[in-house]
Design a protein around this ligand. Sequence first.
Ligand SMILES: Nc1ncnc2c1ncn2[C@@H]1O[C@H](COP(=O)(O)OP(=O)(O)OP(=O)(O)O)[C@@H](O)[C@H]1O
Length: 321
Amino acid sequence: MIEVEGLTKRYGEKVAVNGLTFTVRPGVVTGFLGPNGSGKSTTMRMVLGLDRPSAGAVRIDGLPYGRLQDPLRHVGALLDAKALHGGRSAFHHLLALAQSNGIPRSRVDEVLDTVGLTAVARKKARGFSLGMGQRLGIAGALLGDPRILMFDEPVNGLDPEGIHWIRTLMKSLAAQGRTVFVSSHLMSEMALTADHLVVIGQGRLLADTSMADFIRHNARSYVRVRSPQREQLLDVLRAAGTVPVEAGGGVLEVDGAAAERIGELAARHGIVLHELSPRQASLEEAFMRLTAESVEYHARAETSSGGWGDAGGGRGGGKVT
Ligand SMILES: Nc1ncnc2c1ncn2[C@@H]1O[C@H](COP(=O)(O)OP(=O)(O)OP(=O)(O)O)[C@@H](O)[C@H]1O
């Protein structure tokens, strides 16, 4: 479990992380989302003790990172796949990590096998493709067989096969009861991988909720309907208490009723339908809506009060959680 409490990081005037409090629990994949520059990497660096918080604290299984014995056995992380010694082979890179953390040499071969790099284990890392570098970074994270794993943008630049592999790996690590915390810009990918979401904007918590609740609260689901008897259909839908919206091209978008009910209403009134299709809200829409709202709100707050104020994060958090 990762517990983040009142975490704040200032770089001079810039507040990169602003009073974040959340818990990342074991057994599920938790996605960490936020627009560019919202403080995700800074937060992850503080979890790993690479940056010192200006205020607040992080505990990993109850302890600050600095008090963990053999930290790689507790938490493994991929923060920057390029952060390795290019002149070393994959094997020697991992061996050096293992030796400095009291991890047996046999584990190096195991993780190389897990990430599919056995055949190139003796090749120098500087010749690796982006995907091979990501796999090597993940091998390093898995080396100590830790209960907690953190990945910052693990699928960046990967091909579809690599993306699929990482998705499956994360799900299986969570299914083994581990804590998996992963940031990504790829919403469609996150929608397939994460069960829970922590969303931040401008360093503040905007949402800490299940994937399903996040989408339900922040995006619109509706039914697309087309009919040659449009006016008649509009009357029937309005009389039934639904809210049809004209979307152009003869299409109505109907909130407040399932496709089945709309179809039954149309049949009862002898109305012909040419289209009846439910549209599910996507994570991307929900994310854009939540983060756009927070930016808009912050812009207004700044104009009126000259500062960000406390209400920005609270408003977003209250909407969702
Ligand atoms: N060492 C630093 N010195 C000054 N400012 C910094 C430093 N590190 C980060 N920042 C600033 O803090 C903010 C948060 O950056 P961070 O990299 O954590 O965001 P992020 O959410 O990971 O962004 P991205 O999605 O683009 O990677 C940004 O405005 C960034 O410019």
